[in-house]
Design a protein around this ligand. Structure first.
Ligand code: GRF
Length: 191
């Protein structure tokens, strides 16, 4: 029970592969009494993920699962998720594609953040492609995860204007600030 609201928070896992700035923002959000989630597990496919430090700093259990053999890896992940009674998964810069089977086990309970205005610019190197196409606007999207990469139903988006001398670096910085605001908002919207 949440000591403040008397309501139960949804036990949540965050999956990362790298820097973890969205993980950090989600942890901060989860600590607010109004947040519907409690993050009690961080999964990474690599020990090199810098974001693992946020799990350590906040005393959140973290597991490194090698995804070279995907079906084995997913079995291990599922068993940990079951043990920890995880009901909700946030992907935050997780660079592995989860199988249809895995996603169906968590149907409607896995969401992701992507640094573009989906359905435009799915996949990698979004900012570079956006700038090469002389777009005037880009942004970020939080969406449900289905079995196609960056395809699931959109939950929320935030637009960002592209300046005249925008670079991949500056656009990434601008959009990341919005990502950190949007992800918690989107979670609040659906939970
Ligand atoms: C973010 O831009 C996110 O939209 C994308 O991967 C990046 C992860 O950044 N899916 P971080 O690890 O959260 O800092």
């Amino acid at each position: 029970m949440n000591q403040f609201t008397g309501s139960k928070k949804i036990l949540t896992a965050v999956f990362i592969s790298g820097r973890g700035s969205n993980l950090n923002s989600l942890i901060k959000f989860s600590k607010k009494k109004s947040s519907p989630i409690k993050i009690n597990l961080v999964i990474s496919n690599t020990k090199k993920a810098k974001g693992l430090k946020y799990a350590d700093i906040n005393n959140i259990q973290r597991k490194i699962i090698n995804f070279k053999k995907k079906s084995l890896a997913e079995m291990k992940v599922l068993s940990i998720l079951n043990k920890k009674k995880i009901m909700f998964i946030c992907l935050a810069g997780f660079m592995k594609i989860l199988s249809k089977k895995f996603i169906s086990k968590f149907n409607g309970k896995i969401i992701n953040i992507h640094p573009s205005l989906l359905p435009k610019y799915k996949g990698l190197n979004t900012h570079l492609r956006v700038l090469q196409n002389n777009e005037k606007i880009s942004g970020c999207t939080v969406h449900y995860v289905n079995n196609k990469v960056d395809y699931g139903k959109i939950i929320m988006q935030k637009k960002v204007k592209i300046s005249k001398n925008e670079t991949v670096y500056s656009l990434n910085k601008k959009i990341l600030i919005e990502e950190h605001r949007l992800y918690p908002k989107a979670i609040t919207k659906i939970l």
